[in-house]
Design a protein around this ligand. Structure first.
Ligand code: SF4
Length: 454
C-alpha cells in the first residue's frame, strides 16, 4: 500500500470495528482495519472509548439485517460525545438512501463498491487531511482477524448467477476474479506470516478463470506453495464439479486436503429449476464425486421451504441426505427477501412447515454424523490445534481435515503440551453427534540400558 511511514492523517484517533456476516465480509474488514492502522489509528477494546466506530454489515437475509441493526443501535447508544459511527457493507448497498435517511445516528454510509474511498471519507469527517490510498481496495494488505495459523483467501468478488432467492449479485455486483499472480502473492504472504491453513472462499468459487486458466489450475498452483500445510475449498457451485475437475483435485497433492463444500440447496431438479439453478441431479453428482475422489469429506447446504416446495420434493431432499451421507451439512429456511424474485412467487410455505422440515433434515443428519464419528473411534487423526477449550484450560480443541473452521465439528483432547497452531496426532477414543474426543499421541519414550559405572 502506498502509505509512507510518516503519513499518519488519522494519528491519535481510536478505532472500534465490528465485522458481521461471512468469511468474505471478514476479509474486507481485515483490509479496512489494516488501512486504518497504517494511517495512524489505534484499536480500542471498548466501543465507548473509540473516536471512530466502523460496522461492516451483512444483509443478505432478514436474520442478518436484524443482527446488523441490533449491533448498530447498541453501538450508537455506546458512542461517546464527538465520536463517529460509520456503517459499511451489504446493509448500505441493499437499503441505500432509505436506510441513511432513517438511521440518523450514523455519520457515514459506505457500500462495498466504495471501500477505496473509506479512509478519505473518514479523514474528512474527522477534519483531518486527506487519506487517499492509491492501491486498489482488493489489493490492500490485511490485519488478520482469525487466529494466526489460519486465514481465508477470497479469490473473487460478486456473482453472475441469478438464483431466485439470492440478493448477492445485486448487493455485490458482477463476478470479478482476482489474477493467479495476485492470489499466489497473497497466499505466500499469509504463509510467510505463519498461516498453515488457507481456506479458499468466494461467492462462486469454481467460476474462477483467467484466460486459458481454470479453477483446477489455480488450486494446483496454491497447493504447491512452499510452507502451506492445508488448503481447503469452500462454496463450489455443484454444476462446475465435472469429472475432469474433481479427478484433478483428487490427484492434486501438495497442501490440498480432501474436503469439498458444495451448496446443493435442493435435491429436486424441478425445484432447482424454479430456484434458477442448474437442474443437475444432486444425488447422482454426490455419488460420482464419492467415486472420483473417495477420500473427500463432503459438506453441503440445503434450503427448505422454497415457495411451492411440495411434500414429495421435500422427501427427495430427505432421500438425498440419507444416501449422500454428507460428513457435514447445514440446513437453512427460505427467507423471502425484498428485491429477490422468489419473494413474490406464489405458494409461500408457512413458517411452521419450514421449521418442521429443517428439524427433520437435521435429525437425519445428526444420526448420520453420529454414525460416521463412531467409526472414527480407534483411528489416529492429524489435528490442527485451535487452543484451549472454552470450558477448561486443560482440554484442547482442534480440527482434522474433514472439519472446516467455524462451521463443522471439533476434536477435544488432553491438553497443556500441544500449543495453538501446532499440528499433532490424536488417537480418537470417544465420539458424539458432531464432535470427537481423543488423546495426543506423544512420541514414545526410548529407554536406553543403564550402564553400571561400578
Ligand atoms: S451462486 Fe450463490 S451467490 Fe450467486 S446467486 Fe446463487 S446463491 Fe447467490
Amino acid at each position: 500500500m502506498d502509505v509512507s511511514s510518516l503519513y499518519r492523517p488519522l494519528k491519535g484517533l481510536t478505532l472500534y470495528m465490528v465485522s458481521l456476516g461471512c468469511s468474505k465480509n471478514l476479509v474486507d474488514s481485515e483490509r479496512i482495519l489494516n488501512s486504518f492502522l497504517s494511517l495512524g489509528c489505534q484499536i480500542v477494546e471498548g466501543a465507548g472509548e473509540a473516536d471512530i466506530l466502523v460496522v461492516n454489515t451483512c444483509s443478505f437475509i432478514e436474520a442478518a439485517t436484524k443482527e446488523a441493526l441490533e449491533n448498530l443501535f447498541y453501538l450508537s447508544s455506546q458512542k461517546k460525545e464527538g465520536a463517529f459511527l460509520v456503517v459499511i457493507g451489504c446493509l448500505v448497498s441493499r437499503y441505500g438512501r432509505k436506510f441513511s435517511q432513517h438511521f440518523v445516528e450514523a455519520d457515514l454510509f459506505v457500500p462495498p463498491g466504495q471501500y477505496q474511498n473509506l479512509p478519505a471519507l473518514v479523514a474528512s469527517l474527522m477534519g483531518r487531511e486527506s487519506a487517499l490510498i492509491d492501491e486498489p481496495f482488493e489489493n490492500w494488505p490485511r490485519s488478520l482477524a482469525t487466529p494466526p495459523w489460519r486465514a481465508w483467501l477470497k479469490i473473487s468478488e460478486g456473482c453472475n448467477r441469478n438464483c431466485a432467492y439470492c440478493l448477492i449479485p445485486s448487493i455485490r455486483g458482477p463476478y470479478k476474479p482476482k489474477s493467479l499472480e495476485r492470489l499466489k502473492y497473497e497466499a505466500s504472504l499469509l504463509v510467510s506470516s505463519g498461516v498453515k491453513e488457507i481456506t479458499m472462499v468466494a461467492q462462486d468459487l469454481t467460476a474462477w478463470h483467467e484466460g486459458e486458466l481454470k479453477f483446477g489450475d489455480l488450486v494446483q498452483s496454491l497447493a504447491e506453495l512452499e510452507g502451506l500445510v492445508w488448503l481447503r475449498l469452500m462454496y463450489a457451485y455443484p454444476d462446475d464439479l465435472t469429472e475432469k475437475l474433481v479427478k484433478r483435485l483428487a490427484i492434486c497433492g501438495g497442501a490440498l486436503i480432501p474436503y469439498l463444500d458444495m451448496p446443493l440447496q435442493h435435491a429436486s431438479a424441478s425445484l432447482l429449476r424454479r430456484m434458477n439453478r442448474k437442474a443437475i441431479s444432486p444425488l447422482k453428482l454426490v455419488k460420482s464425486i464419492r467415486d472420483w475422489w473417495p477420500e473427500a469429506a463432503l459438506r453441503s447446504t440445503l434450503m427448505v421451504g422454497f415457495p411451492g416446495e411440495t411434500e414429495s420434493e421435500f422427501e427427495q431432499m430427505l432421500k438425498l441426505v440419507e444416501e449422500a451421507k454428507f460428513e457435514n451439512l447445514g440446513v437453512f429456511k427460505f427467507s423471502p427477501e425484498e428485491g429477490a424474485r422468489a419473494a413474490k412467487l406464489p405458494d409461500q410455505i408457512p413458517a411452521s412447515i419450514k421449521e418442521k422440515r429443517r428439524r427433520t433434515l437435521m435429525a437425519k443428519q445428526r444420526a448420520i454424523s453420529k454414525a460416521i464419528n463412531k467409526k472414527r473411534i480407534g483411528s489416529t487423526l492429524t489435528v490442527l490445534v485451535e487452543g484451549a477449550s472454552e470450558d477448561s484450560p486443560l482440554v484442547m480443541v482442534g480440527r482434522a481435515t474433514f472439519q472446516a473452521p467455524e462451521v463443522d465439528g471439533l476434536i477435544y483432547f488432553d491438553g497443556q503440551q500441544p500449543k495453538a497452531g501446532q499440528i499433532v496426532e490424536v488417537k480418537i477414543i470417544k465420539s458424539s453427534d458432531y464432535d470427537l474426543v481423543g488423546r495426543v499421541n506423544y512420541p514414545s519414550l526410548k529407554q536406553g540400558a543403564c550402564k553400571s559405572q561400578g
